[in-house]
Design a protein around this ligand. Structure first.
Ligand code: AMP
Length: 282
């Protein structure tokens, strides 16, 4: 496995890969890798001949009061994990490599970036879409793998890819969870032991909604109330939103029908966590 930090070097290497007829699978990450990331890499290996993983803590997707500075970084450990998984290239550029002085071009997937996390994180998805567009242009993968954990991000990336005509097959992989149901996240390591013990309430509340849907409940307001009630049982959880939305537009629904996304965000101390459930009913 080779770790590459320069864009031109990576482009040159991958040009040869493509000329040799090999298909490139790409997994973008911000590092501090966990099983959720590694599942994406495994999926990539099943589909593509050459695997590129990027590790880049993208400053443009962090708000001024967010955790850019303290975001966990552990390149050598990440490289060790990826070597074991048989990844071919790790792209770990510096900030100047991605955003040289004077950089002033952004990708804005307007309406989809407004609801849910967009309300409290203005500019976040603009930063995500911009860096993913740049990485797609640099790497030119055949396939790119994203996690359902970041449901709104996945929907935005799919729309951006279609509308900007990137010839990339975007694949969304299921959420990988801890044994107690907490969705894996690099940010889980910020949690104190008490907060960590409290955090599975997110999954529990989603499971409660899933059980009600199985029993026939279809009313979004009722389901939302039940999720909020479950969250309120945990004093350390400060819910930010619970939304039940249509998966293409992220518009709120009144009744669950077809594919529906139940998404939520809550803070535990200083740590903001998200989770979601994709439901499919006839
Ligand atoms: P991040 O490093 O947090 O930017 O995440 C990189 C990619 O890994 C994104 O596509 C995430 O959605 C995905 N990801 C993060 N956590 C999980 C998880 N628990 N299960 C599945 N995918 C995940």
């Amino acid at each position: 496995m080779e770790v590459i930090s320069k864009t031109n070097k990576l482009k040159a290497v991958l040009r040869k890969t493509r000329c040799a007829g090999l298909e490139i699978g790409f997994v973008p990450t911000m590092g501090a890798l966990h099983e959720g990331h590694l599942a994406l890499v495994q999926r990539a290996r099943e589909s593509a001949g050459v695997i590129v993983v990027s590790i880049f803590v993208n400053p443009v997707q962090f708000g001024p009061n967010e955790d850019y500075e303290k975001y966990p970084r552990n390149l050598s450990h990440d490289v060790e994990l990826l070597t074991r998984l048989g990844v071919d290239y790790v792209f770990a550029p510096g900030v100047d490599e991605i955003y040289p002085a004077g950089f002033d071009t952004f990708v804005d997937v307007r309406e989809l970036t407004e609801p849910l996390c967009g309300r409290t994180r203005p500019g976040h998805f603009r930063g995500v879409a911009t860096v993913v567009a740049k990485l797609f242009s640099i790497i030119q993968p055949m396939y790119a793998f994203f996690g359902q954990k970041d449901a709104q991000q996945a929907i935005i990336i799919k729309k951006m890819t279609a509308e900007l005509d990137f010839p990339v097959d975007v694949r969304i992989c299921p959420i990988v969870r801890e044994p107690d149901g907490l969705a894996m996240s690099s940010r889980n390591q910020y949690l104190s032991p008490e907060e960590r013990a409290a955090a599975p309430v997110l999954y529990r509340s989603l499971q409660r909604a899933a059980a009600m849907i199985l029993e026939g409940e279809r009313d979004a307001a009722t389901l939302r109330q039940e999720i909020e009630k479950e969250l309120a049982r945990e004093p350390l959880a400060r819910p930010e939103y619970v939304e039940i939305v249509e998966t293409q537009t992220l518009a709120p629904v009144e009744k669950i029908r077809g594919e529906t996304l139940i998404a939520l965000a809550a803070s535990f101390g200083q740590t903001r966590l998200i989770d979601n459930l994709l439901v499919s009913t006839p």
